[in-house]
Design a binder for this molecule. Structure first.
Ligand code: GTP
Ligand code: MG
Length: 200
């Protein structure tokens, strides 16, 4: 697959309120900061990586990738990260992934790019099928064309910050992944403990 086309954007710009406000990407998971697992799993799938963070910029810069901050100073949600990611994206596609999903799928880019190109979509987001058969959108795992920058900024300028609303404004589709735990993320200390115990 042609990884030359894709910039990976790791979203580490949230407030992490359910985690007590500490910077989630830097929390240790299996002996290393959470973001390191995201970098390791994303790196083989993309051509280049950007880190989106709003705090601890020097620590994130340590990984050797550009660190970009939201342009809006008020933690306005992941779409603020998408916006700054698109601004800095020099490849045709941007693939977003959160910093707090250390078991993210290794075939994320390949499967979403195949769908996007086959159906000539603007954007593809991931969904997960749970063991009970229910399907959940995983919207922060998102592959989009870099040409969406202006459309996204127009959308945000109207004051709507909801990611599912944005997806309805563009030609979007989803890929359903049947991979237990691949999208498990860490929102609370309890979830961190539970995830430590899962074998991957
Ligand atoms: N750039 C940016 N990313 C954000 C923002 N808010 C959330 N995110 C990212 O979006 C992803 C999913 O968000 P959450 O899991 O809710 O993380 P969070 O918002 O830091 O945590 P809570 O405050 O507990 O909701 C994570 O990768 C966050 O880093 C924001 O204001 N700006
Ligand atoms: Mg949040």
């Amino acid at each position: 697959m042609s990884s030359q086309k894709i910039t990976g954007l790791i979203l580490a710009g949230g407030r992490a309120q359910r985690m007590g406000g500490i910077d989630k990407g830097l929390i240790p998971f299996r002996g290393k900061p959470l973001i390191e697992s995201a970098i390791e799993r994303l790196k083989p799938q993309v051509d280049t990586i950007l880190i989106n963070a709003n705090r601890n910029i020097t620590k994130y810069a340590h990984y050797g990738y550009p660190v970009i901050m939201d342009e809006t100073p008020d933690f306005s949600g992941p779409l603020a990260g998408f916006s700054i990611g698109l601004k800095h994206c020099a490849t045709p596609y941007l693939l977003t992934s959160p910093c707090d999903s250390p078991l993210l799928p290794l075939d994320l880019a390949e499967r979403m790019l195949t769908k996007l190109e086959a159906e000539n979509l603007d954007l593809v987001y991931a969904s997960s099928e749970e063991v009970n058969g229910k399907v959940w959108a995983q919207p922060v795992f998102c592959l989009m064309r870099n040409t969406l920058e202006h459309l996204l900024n127009d959308f945000l300028s109207k004051g709507d910050l909801k990611i599912d609303h944005w997806f309805k404004e563009v030609f979007s589709g989803t890929v359903v992944f049947n991979a237990p735990h691949a999208f498990a993320n860490v929102n609370t200390p309890q979830e961190l403990d539970a995830l430590e115990k899962i074998s991957s």
